[in-house]
Design a protein around this ligand. Structure first.
Ligand SMILES: Nc1ncnc2c1ncn2[C@@H]1O[C@H](COP(=O)(O)OP(=O)(O)OP(=O)(O)O)[C@@H](O)[C@H]1O
Ligand SMILES: [Mg+2]
Length: 409
């Protein structure tokens, strides 16, 4: 029986499902995170064999606390795997593996999945196309980097997530504005702005082999979706990966995983396709995509990747169907007005028009306070739709974007 240490088993939202997947696949799962055990989601608690509360930001302290915990009453007898599917904990997981002699990704390799400059260096070394890039720690270094790279440029935290503190700058004035708003960010990556469409390439791997792969598509580009509140951003799961639209991105994904020598687990890569067809690497994480994208992948093939991942992680195999049956989209909604949700309009009519194409509705109920749409892509909720035909799916997704409205006040 495999014993697993699982970092952050309660957050993000998908984590309880992964914990359950591992437990059902036969692992003893021990949890580690900042919160008290009673604050964990119920599904997580039910599937843990033990739990340690420790401040994950204090990495050295947490390594020591886990070291003392293993082999003691209440702790795991020993550890076979350390798993972290939450972006900020990937380095700590690697430190724990090294400190406890557990196989899997070490710190040096993990940094290539966290540090946006290191990852691009490693990918570029393999001869793959990345945006021109430079790291910078002072305002002057940023100015020098932009000078060298040219406009338009992107400035973003070296280890950011969710497009936070990410700016496109088109001229010297915008550069100074961005610098003023980024004073609290200690280190940034300055990049050539890539004009194109944005995709993901996601996998489950075991022992250096890709067992499952997936391509997602963002409508519109995340940076734009994050700037305009009226937009209902869409994330899509694609059905046909062997088209001129995505084929080269899949190939890039294969080459990137090989260049970074990824071994076992989930990966989530982002890539761009320019209008001339050139594909460019964006970034990669050693974790699943967030914002309910794993649900899209499940709806695409009528599979359960929370179980599929567990099988790959624990046994090195993937026995679920590889068939892609649908195009699937999540449409994220942002209410008009502030405060609490007062009224939801258009859902009944959409159900009448699209019936079984609407596979999930997860909107805030009337009376609930609005979420912060800048901090969470989920915003005030989402609708999931699927259809075997691409153009039909796009049309349904756009109808949900325009004809479903939430009002707050
Ligand atoms: N070099 C670039 N050229 C064009 N757009 C870029 C570039 N770098 C970042 N962006 C835009 O900013 C967004 C956020 O950047 P990036 O994906 O690197 O950061 P992130 O905060 O990790 O994002 P997330 O967590 O949302 O995936 C991208 O999705 C893209 O829209
Ligand atoms: Mg990104």
């Amino acid at each position: 029986m495999t014993t697993v240490l699982f970092l952050a088993p309660g957050y993000p939202d998908e984590m309880p499902l992964f914990v359950r997947g591992l437990a059902r696949a036969g692992a003893h799962v021990y949890g580690l995170s900042d919160v008290a055990a009673h604050e964990l989601p119920e599904m997580t608690r039910r599937h843990l064999d033990g739990y340690l509360q420790s401040s994950l930001r204090d990495e050295a302290g947490t390594v020591e606390a886990v070291r003392r915990w293993v082999g003691r009453p209440g702790g795991p007898p020993s550890l076979d795997r350390v798993i972290c599917l939450w972006e900020p904990g990937v380095i700590l997981a690697a430190k724990l593996r090294e400190a406890l002699g557990v196989p899997g990704m070490g710190v040096e390799q993990a940094r290539k999945f966290r540090d946006k400059d290191l990852m691009k260096q490693a990918v570029a070394q393999a001869g793959l196309r990345v945006p021109y890039h430079r790291r910078a720690s002072t305002a002057q270094e940023v100015r020098d980097a932009v000078e060298a790279i040219g406009y338009p440029a992107i400035i973003k935290p070296i280890d950011g997530a969710g497009s936070m503190d990410t700016f496109r700058v088109d001229d010297a004035k915008e550069l100074e504005q961005a610098l003023a708003r980024m004073e609290h960010v200690p280190e940034v990556n300055v990049e050539e702005f890539i004009d194109g469409e944005e995709f993901t390439y996601d996998t489950i791997c075991a022992n250096g082999k890709i067992l499952y792969e997936h391509v997602g598509y963002y409508r519109p580009r995340p940076l734009i979706a994050r700037q305009e509140e009226w937009i209902s951003p869409q994330t899509m799961s694609l059905r046909d990966l062997d088209t001129p639209w995505v084929r080269d991105g899949v190939k890039l994904g294969h080459d990137v995983l090989q260049a970074l020598e990824f071994d076992t687990g989930f990966t989530h890569m982002e890539w761009y396709r320019k209008s001339n067809g050139e594909v460019v690497f964006g970034e990669i994480g050693a974790r699943p995509p967030g914002a309910r994208t794993v649900d899209l992948m499940n709806f695409n093939g009528d599979i359960d990747l929370f179980a599929g991942y567990a099988e790959a992680e624990l046994h090195g195999t993937f026995s679920q169907s590889q068939e892609r049956k649908y195009y699937v989209a999540n449409i994220f909604k942002r209410a008009q007005g502030q405060g609490r949700i007062r009224h939801i309009e258009g859902l009944d009519e959409l159900r009448r028009r699209f019936g079984p194409a609407i596979v999930n509705v997860d909107l805030l109920p009337v009376g609930a306070p609005r979420r912060d749409w800048v901090l969470t892509l989920i915003s005030d909720g989402y609708v999931t739709v699927r259809h075997p035909d691409k153009e039909t799916l796009f049309a349904i997704a756009d109808a949900v974007g325009t004809d479903l409205q939430l009002y707050a006040g």
